[in-house]
Design a protein around this ligand. Structure first.
Ligand code: PTJ
Length: 249
């Protein structure tokens, strides 16, 4: 790994970039995952590289949704494992969610490597290898899933993907939460709850909210979920970005 001095003004961003680059060398991240990461970095710059109030609210609503769900699943791809494996495992244990590896560039080798990586870091039940079910309407490998994983879930966290799986999961009447720094992505616009934040900030904050909300009454949890307006939030994000850009210079 390239040595990055702590005093560098872009230290955190450069460390995260190194993580992705190392994970690509190990075969966890697909080479196009580097492009996906760059897209995320650009949007993170636009929001000021911090968790804004609309993201914090979305993270709270995501926590409520995962607590409320009977059978929640966290779907992970190469980038997600590279950046947030430990935090994903911690969250999955707090809300009793399964973790499922679901890849666009699916190969047996990548699937096995990612499952093993998660297990070596303490994940108990990692789905994805069976691929004994199919999400209707998807004619690429993201449609492959486990019957006792994503297929039978009622709520799915689908971070870092811009595509058509979110709509297909919604067609199956699942509640879909995404984490995507790009508020304009297809997934961001389709999900029930979109968290416009960097995954490295978002997952720990969702876990904190799970700890705060877990002891609340079911009615209070339902209220948080019912009050969420995703479209309104996305409009607020776009308006925030445009105002921020206008006031910078
Ligand atoms: O591992 P695979 O084979 O499943 O491949 C994964 C790809 C690269 C296909 C997947 O990451 C992908 O769908 O890439 P896209 O289409 O570029 O979408 C990724 C989305 O995640 C983009 O909208 C980015 O803005 C966003 N993003 C990237 N990095 C982060 C992020 N959002 C939050 N935090 C990040 N660190």
């Amino acid at each position: 790994m390239t040595k990055i001095p702590k005093a560098h003004p872009r230290y955190l961003s450069l460390i995260t970039r190194e993580k992705i680059s190392e994970a690509e060398k190990k075969g966890f991240v697909h080479k196009t995952g580097l492009i996906a990461h760059g897209r995320g970095e650009a949007f993170d710059y636009l929001i000021g590289e911090k968790t804004l109030s609309f993201a914090d609210n979305a993270e709270k609503t995501a926590a409520a949704t995962l607590i409320y769900a009977k059978n929640p699943v966290i779907s992970v791809n190469g980038n997600v494992v590279a950046l947030s494996a430990e935090e994903i495992i911690r969250l999955s244990k707090k809300v009793n969610a399964k973790i499922e590896v679901n890849l666009f560039h699916r190969t047996d080798i990548r699937m096995k490597k990612l499952v093993e990586e998660l297990e070596s870091k303490g994940a108990k039940e990692v789905c994805g290898l069976k691929a004994d079910a199919h999400i209707p309407g998807l004619d690429h490998d993201r449609g492959l899933c486990d019957k006792d994983g994503i297929y039978s879930s009622d709520a799915v966290l689908v971070p870092l993907e811009d595509g058509d799986r979110c709509q297909a999961l919604k067609n199956m009447e699942k509640k879909v939460i995404t984490i995507d720094l790009n508020p304009l992505s297809r997934t961001a616009k389709t999900a029930d709850i979109t968290i416009v934040d960097n995954i490295v900030r978002a997952i720990p904050n969702i876990t904190n909210y799970v700890e705060l909300l877990k002891s609340k009454d079911k009615k209070d949890i339902e209220k948080i979920i019912l009050e969420w307006d995703n479209k309104k939030m996305l409009k607020e994000v776009c308006s925030f970005i445009s105002k921020r850009l206008n006031s910078l210079f």
